[in-house]
Design a protein around this ligand. Structure first.
Ligand SMILES: Cc1cc2nc3c(=O)[nH]c(=O)nc-3n(C[C@H](O)[C@H](O)[C@H](O)COP(=O)(O)O)c2cc1C
Length: 320
C-alpha cells in the first residue's frame, strides 16, 4: 500500500487510541511487526501554542509513525501539521471521527463530518502546510441518516489527502454494532487514494473478510491490539502470505514487564503506574486467574510489586 510516495511494508496499521497508543505501547506493537503506527490524537491548538506533548516522542520507532491532530481551525491545524513534520512525523492524520462530547461540541472530530466545507478547508490548509503525506480518519457518517463517508472521502481526496481511513460505523454507534463493509466498498469505489478499513478487526479472518468484501487497501486495528500487541503483526503476516506457519513464541510475563519498565522510563512514576493499570487488565483477559490477579495488583503503587505479581500470575511461554 502506497501512502504518498512511500510504500508501506504491509496492509496493517495500529489505530490511534487516546490514553493507549503512547510511545511504549507503539514500541510494543512494533516488536511484532506493523506497517505504520498512529499516535494518540493530539490537540492542534496545544501544538500550535508550543506545547511538546510526550506522545510525540519517536525514540526507538522504526516504522512510519503518523501523528493524529484534532481541531477545527484550518490555520491552527496547518501550523500544528508543520510542527509535527519538523518533529519527524511520517505523515499527519486529521481526526474527523472522534465522537467524544467535549471534542464534537467544539466542532472538531466527528462534527466535521456535518460540516463538509470546513472539513475541506482543514484538509487544504494541512496539505499546503506540509510536504509529508496527509491522511484523514473519518466515520461512516454522523448518524445512520447521514452516512456521507463516500462523498466526504471524495472531498478529502480533492483537497489533496493521500489516504483515507474509515471507521465504518456512524458516530452515533460509538464502538458497537456492525461495521458497514458495503459503505466501505462505496468509499473505495469513489476515490483513487488508498482506503484503510477500520472497526472490529480482531483476527486474520476479520481482516480478510473486510478486504475481500470492501476492496479496501488495508486495515487499521485498535482494540484488537489491547493486551495483545502481537495481533497487528500476526494479521499483517497472514495478509501478506508470509511467515504464517511461524507463530510468535515469547514470555508473556517478560513482555508485560518490559512494557511496564518502558512506561516508567517514558513518563513520571505515578502516571506510568496509573496508565499501566488498564494494560494489565487487558493483558489479563482470558487468564484463568484474571480476577485474582486484578484484585492483587490494581491498587499497588509500587512498580516492583506490580512486576512481582505479573511474574507470579502470567505464563513464561506463550505461542500466539
Ligand atoms: C480507548 C480508545 C481510544 C481511542 N482514541 C482515538 C483517537 O485518539 N483518535 C481516533 O481517531 N480514534 C480513536 N479511537 C477509535 C479507534 O481508533 C478505532 O477507530 C475504533 O476503536 C474502531 O476500531 P477497532 O474496532 O479496531 O477498535 C479510540 C478507541 C479506543 C477504544
Amino acid at each position: 500500500m502506497r501512502i504518498g510516495t512511500f510504500e508501506l511494508s504491509g496492509k496493517v496499521v495500529l489505530a490511534p487510541m487516546a490514553g493507549v497508543t503512547d510511545p511504549p505501547f507503539r514500541r510494543m506493537v512494533q516488536r511484532f511487526g506493523v506497517s505504520a503506527l498512529w499516535t494518540e490524537m493530539i490537540s492542534a491548538r496545544g501544538i500550535a501554542e508550543g506545547y511538546a506533548f510526550r506522545t510525540m516522542e519517536l525514540t526507538g520507532h522504526t516504522v512510519p509513525t503518523i501523528f493524529q491532530l484534532y481541531g477545527k481551525e484550518p490555520s491552527v491545524m496547518g501550523e500544528a501539521a508543520r510542527a509535527v513534520q519538523n518533529r519527524g512525523a511520517f505523515a499527519v492524520d486529521i481526526n474527523m471521527g472522534c465522537p467524544v462530547k467535549k471534542v464534537v461540541r467544539d466542532g472538531a472530530g466527528a462534527a466535521l463530518m456535518k460540516n463538509t466545507r470546513l472539513a475541506a478547508k482543514i484538509v487544504a490548509a494541512v496539505r499546503r502546510a506540509v510536504t509529508i503525506p496527509v491522511t484523514v480518519k473519518i466515520r461512516a457518517g454522523w448518524d445512520e441518516a447521514n452516512l456521507n463517508a463516500p462523498d466526504l472521502a471524495r472531498v478529502i481526496e480533492a483537497e489533496g489527502a493521500d489516504a483515507v481511513v474509515v471507521h465504518s460505523r456512524a458516530r452515533s454507534k460509538g464502538h458497537s454494532g456492525p461495521v458497514s463493509l458495503s459503505l466501505l466498498a462505496e468509499v473505495k469505489a469513489k476515490v483513487r487514494i488508498p482506503v484503510l478499513g477500520n472497526g472490529g478487526v480482531f483476527s486474520e479472518a476479520d481482516a480478510i473478510a473486510m478486504i475481500q468484501r470492501s476492496g479496501c487497501d488495508g486495515v487499521m486495528i485498535g482494540r484488537g491490539a489491547l493486551g495483545r500487541p502481537w495481533v497487528p503483526g500476526k494479521v499483517m503476516r497472514a495478509l501478506s502470505g508470509t511467515d504464517t506457519a511461524r507463530p510468535n513464541q515469547f514470555s508473556l510475563r517478560e513482555l508485560i514487564c518490559d512494557h511496564y519498565e518502558d512506561e516508567l522510563h517514558w513518563i513520571d512514576r505515578a502516571t506510568a503506574v496509573r496508565r499501566m493499570r488498564k494494560h494489565l487488565v487487558w493483558y489479563s483477559k482470558g487468564l484463568p486467574t484474571a480476577a485474582r490477579f486484578r484484585k492483587a495488583v490494581l491498587r499497588l503503587e509500587e512498580p516492583d510489586m506490580v512486576m512481582e505479581s505479573v511474574r507470579e500470575f502470567f505464563p513464561a511461554d506463550v505461542i500466539a
